[in-house]
Design a protein around this ligand. Structure first.
Ligand SMILES: [Zn+2]
Length: 445
């Protein structure tokens, strides 16, 4: 009663994520009408209510945070970023929104916002900022996207589904060519898979709002100039590390020039406000002490994207030598080993990842994946159950639990999970497998 050919059905295609987004969007696109834009005060065609923005946020932001290896475990660093973000949001156009801010463990350079106000920046981007005012500019920009309701606006125009669906496959490729495939082969999502892509107009407005919010909060507008300078510089020197950010937040020389002009004109009186460089450097000291490890992980990710797994392994190994308990490093190493079908070693690294961050789902998901491929279905079942408890938003987990039950010969339980999975996902190889089994077993016509 052992399922055959696990590799064939264990790969999650883009179609599934595509479907998830569409399912989320069609559920959300119910109430049509006009709404007053909280930023401009003008009437705006809007089919998405504020409650729906919050609901979409709750459904998708946990998936993105997990894909980015969860929140950084350094409590002081998260509290610092959250404190700065919240105090800015409280003085902004939608202070009642459930804003929250965190650093995520990912090492690529990015920051993003979900429509309810869940905002994150990566460890990679923090390493490239020079002071607190630049961080405030970054968070202010993301608050601007939330407050101007850019995601909701795109959904209302009917653009988001196409932007996001188109964006998903493109992004997965852009994130690092091939990384989308690596992630999907392991039943996960590629970097940036759940992020909205903004237009250039959206970017202009978010920059303007961000500058306004940071100055209101007592920071020099030079922070926005510094941020733009840094992003423009990376665009030229290390484009691969920042592709996801630029795919979602279009960068341009114009954005930099606008920031320079605003600092000289509109906000000239605030130019002498502080940058708080010392406090930024103090709070990020521990993060900066493992800069070498983070750069090795970035190189490893690049090699993974090129499917150069042995080179990636060397980089992740070097990263873990410098930072042995780094969750992102351990999870990336696990992925790299699993892609090379080294399931025994992969399982070992997955357990280490679980041990250093027991509240995060990916370590368990990959551990379960390694066990499935070693036909250790009991262990797989345990791991996927834990993964599901930690990240119930991921419908893929139901498939893997069902698959583990199938391996154990427990058909009724397997059928129940496959049915649950098919309620959310109807396309792709896993859905086909689940539907076929239900048919064979007499649970479906
Ligand atoms: Zn943006």
């Amino acid at each position: 009663m052992t399922p055959s050919g696990p590799d064939a059905v264990l790969d999650a295609g883009l179609t599934r994520r595509r479907f998830m987004w569409l399912a989320g969007l069609s559920a959300a696109g119910v109430a049509a009408g006009c709404a007053t834009n909280p930023v401009t005060g003008q009437s705006q065609f809007m089919t998405v209510s504020e409650e729906e923005e919050i609901q979409i946020d709750r459904q998708y932001s946990p998936l993105q945070f997990s894909s980015d290896f969860g929140p950084a475990q350094e409590g002081a660093l998260n509290a610092y970023v959250d404190g700065i973000g919240r105090s800015m949001a409280a003085r902004s156009h939608r202070p009642h929104m459930p804003f929250s801010f965190r650093v995520v463990n990912a090492t690529y350079i990015n920051a993003y916002a979900f429509p309810g106000g869940s905002i994150a920046c990566t460890r990679g981007i923090l390493l490239n900022l020079d002071n607190e005012a630049e961080l405030a500019a970054l968070l202010g920009h993301e608050i601007g996207h939330v407050n101007a309701r850019h995601t909701a606006e795109q959904m209302s125009k009917g653009q988001l589904s196409s932007i996001l669906v188109g964006g998903l496959s493109i992004l997965a490729e852009v994130a690092a060519p091939g990384m989308g495939q690596v992630a999907s082969a392991l039943g996960g999502a590629g970097a940036g898979a759940f992020l909205a892509s903004y237009s250039r107009d959206n970017e202009r407005q978010a920059d303007a709002l961000g500058t306004e919010y940071m100055v209101q909060s007592g920071y020099s507008p030079a922070g926005m100039v510094g941020l733009m300078e840094m992003l423009n510089g990376l665009n030229k020197s290390r484009p691969s590390s920042i592709e996801v950010m630029f795919a979602t937040h279009p960068m341009s020389e114009e954005r930099y020039q606008t920031a320079v002009r605003a600092a000289r004109t509109t906000f000239a009186d605030s130019r002498n406000l502080p940058l708080n460089r010392e406090r930024y450097m103090d709070t990020t000291a521990r993060l900066r002490s493992i800069k070498g490890a983070i750069e090795e992980m970035q190189k490893g990710d690049k090699a993974m994207g090129q499917k150069n797994f042995s080179q990636a392994e060397t980089h992740y190994q070097a990263a873990l030598k410098q930072a042995p308990d780094d969750y992102a490093g351990l999870v990336s190493m696990t992925k790299c080993l699993l892609m090379q079908k080294n399931y025994a070693e992969g399982a070992r690294y997955a357990r280490r990842a679980q041990a250093v961050f027991p509240q995060e789902a990916q370590g368990y998901h990959l551990g379960g994946f390694a066990d499935l491929n070693r036909k250790e279905f009991d262990g797989a079942l345990q791991s996927f159950r834990t993964s599901q408890r930690l990240l119930p938003q991921n419908p893929n987990t139901s498939f893997f639990i069902g698959y583990s039950y199938e391996g154990l010969g427990r058909r009724p339980e397997a059928a129940r999970e496959y049915q649950r999975f098919l309620q959310q996902v109807r396309q792709g190889q896993q859905a086909q497998h689940a539907a076929r089994r239900l048919q064979e077993w007499g649970y479906a016509r």
